[in-house]
Design a protein around this ligand. Structure first.
Ligand SMILES: [Zn+2]
Length: 156
């Protein structure tokens, strides 16, 4: 038996969950390192058994309830108070920077693309038409959704 093998089982043996096997006992008899380690583990376990969880102060619950009532009674935070928080201000600044950056990036992108005259009826011209009128088609889809909802209400 090797030291690594017995060390995997040591916590169980030290805690008393299982007795060492004959092979483990033989190894422990001939290996001072493992014997010391097992002894150290046993004393740690014994210490943990003695340890008692400290009782919370008897006034803890009363104080906690009082604090909760105070917090609930406070008026909700106004907008102005949120703006005074530095983290939120920094986040808004970053968001604005990204927004402005995207705006200019898109402007340059559209400016740089040259329109290709595709023959009408071809796949390329269909795609260009879809791209140009994308917003209009999106609105049509919204209108379709509205009609469906009215149907649902009209025919329960
Ligand atoms: Zn060993």
């Amino acid at each position: 038996m090797k030291c690594d093998e017995i060390r995997e089982r040591m916590p169980d043996v030290a805690a008393g969950f299982s007795e060492p096997t004959a092979a483990e006992s033989n190894h422990l008899a001939g290996c001072s390192t493992c014997t010391e380690q097992l002894q150290a583990m046993r004393s740690t376990m014994a210490l943990l058994d003695e340890w008692q969880v400290p009782e919370p102060s008897p006034y803890f619950d009363v104080r906690l309830q009082a604090r909760l009532r105070e917090e609930i009674a406070k008026p909700p935070l106004g907008w102005a108070r949120w703006f005074r928080r530095p983290v939120l201000a920094a986040a808004l600044t970053v968001a604005m920077g990204v927004g402005v950056g995207l705006f200019f990036a898109r402007g340059n992108y559209n400016h740089g693309v040259e329109a290709v005259d595709a023959p009408p009826g071809s796949a390329v011209s269909d795609l260009q038409t879809l791209d140009k009128n994308h917003e209009m088609y999106s609105d049509f889809e919204l209108l379709d959704d509205l009609d469906v909802q009215q149907d649902v209400v009209a025919n329960p």
